[in-house]
Design a binder for this molecule. Structure first.
Ligand code: PLP
Length: 443
């Protein structure tokens, strides 16, 4: 078959040629050109013009131990020198075992089994499939619905997108996935009906129970939520009673509770798992990614209780996997990253620096005309930007306020990470999530 002719290049390729205007798939046409990365060290990054940037957000909440960590680079080289890839169908690998043992020990009782994949979306998919496989193994094949919060974010693959509360992406991808039922996220700042945050959170928990009843409890498999919100809610922390209520509701209806800790896990909130802040609300499954390998290699995982996995294994084995599941190189990196986190007490640093950061952002909010709210836990914080602090009205989308702040940051050597929700529906915010190695002076 002959390739169609590309009028621009005459080469026959539907994509621009080398040297053409766009070489990567894809750059939004209106986006300004980004600087070209040269190298990075600690919490700083340099572009090829020699300009230095302070990374106030760890990329998208990834680079927990900063860049250029010698121990991780050495572990990477050592593992690469032994073996980079070995099929899981044919070999066990020591790096996978060491990583799983460390994670299980850090996560504590109820998380004895660790299934390793290549990132957050894959981990979400694996958690849903494990939950489903377990239901089938228990004779509850009628359970398949996964309830989630709106807004929320659990990944970009179709299964994860189906439980990602985002009307913008539903509008495009809805027809190719089975959108799952959603319940409201318990926002604490812009609360409907001007209720106090506790009452609103109670209503949100009640909405979960009502949704389970409406759907038919025997058809509901799981409820997934970010215990401390990520970009979708701007580091939302619900009132304590919400977590306990959600746990009780899930238990009452035999629904598994899944915590998506892709952003909040691996020490970021001052605990290995954010779940530890609410011991009465222990989830059944946890998803980790991002900070667990801190950006050195792609890595994600599902933490599950021994009994759940044994049930699935007894029923014939987990019908799921990827070519790169339990990749030895990524596992060795994850193990080295967590060793560094523990040996340098970076979880303790996240707690201490998180308190300072929270206090300083409150000072910023007092002095700034546009910082409406400061929220979060540990080094997972966000500031919400508003046009009017009295009415809490967001900036009109046409002002592109948040995009402008990010641009100003880039100009001045400060890397920021922002969210402007669909048409200002929920508000807009900046994540303030520096690496866990951040110092008082750098804050
Ligand atoms: N879950 C949460 C809470 C996230 O923040 C993300 C990514 O931002 C994901 C899941 C998906 O992870 P990944 O982009 O590694 O697939």
């Amino acid at each position: 078959m002959t390739a169609p002719q590309d009028p621009a290049s005459g080469s026959g390729s539907p994509f621009p040629q080398r040297g053409g205007p766009i070489q990567v798939f894809y750059a939004p046409p209106e986006a300004p050109r980004r600087p070209m990365i040269s190298h990075a060290e600690g919490i700083y990054m340099w572009d090829t013009d020699g300009k230095r940037y302070l990374d106030a957000t760890s990329g998208p909440v990834v680079s927990n131990i900063g860049h250029g960590n010698g121990r991780v680079l050495a572990a990477m080289a050592e593992q690469a020198g032994k073996v980079c890839y070995a099929s899981r169908a044919l070999f066990e690998n020591q790096a996978n075992i060491a990583l799983a043992e460390r994670v299980a020990a850090l996560a504590g009782p109820g998380f004895e089994r660790v299934f390793v994949v290549s990132g957050g979306s894959e981990a979400t998919e694996a958690a849903i499939k494990l939950a489903r496989h377990h239901a089938v193994a228990c004779g509850e094949a009628g359970r398949w619905k996964v309830l989630a919060r709106e807004p929320g974010y659990h990944g970009a693959t179709l299964g994860a997108a189906a439980i990602t509360g985002d009307p913008e992406t539903d509008a495009v991808f809805g027809p190719v996935m089975r959108i799952m039922p959603r319940v409201p996220a318990p926002f604490t700042y812009r609360v409907p009906g001007n209720l106090d945050a506790e009452t609103h959170a109670r209503h949100c928990a009640e909405a979960l129970e009502a949704a389970i009843r409406d759907e038919g409890p025997d058809s509901v498999l799981a409820f997934i939520m970010e215990p401390v919100g990520g970009l979708a809610t701007g580091a939302l922390v619900a009132p304590d009673a919400y977590y306990t209520a959600v746990r009780e509701i899930c238990s009452r209806h035999g629904v598994l509770l899944i915590f998506d800790e892709v952003m909040s896990g691996a020490g970021r909130t001052g605990r290995f798992l954010a779940a530890e802040h609410w011991p009465d609300a222990r989830p059944d499954l946890v998803i980790l990614a991002k900070g667990v390998a801190a950006g050195y290699t792609p890595l994600g995982m599902v933490l599950a209780p021994r009994e759940m996995v044994e049930k699935v294994v007894a029923a014939g084995g987990f019908l799921h996997g990827h070519t790169y599941s339990a990749n030895p190189l990524s596992c060795a990196v994850g193990e080295a990253v967590l060793a560094e986190v523990m040996d340098r007490d970076l979880i303790g640093n996240a707690e201490r620096m998180g308190i300072l950061l929270g206090e300083r952002l409150q000072v910023l909010a007092r002095h700034s005309g546009i910082v409406g709210d400061v929220r979060g836990l540990g080094l997972l914080r966000a500031i919400e930007i508003v046009a009017d602090k009295t009415t809490k009205a967001p900036f009109p989308p046409a002002r592109k306020a948040i995009a402008r702040i990010v641009e100003l940051g880039l100009d001045r050597g400060l890397l920021l990470y922002s969210r402007s929700t669909a048409g200002g529906r929920y508000g807009e915010w900046l994540m303030i999530t520096p690496p866990l190695i951040v110092t008082d002076a750098q804050l």
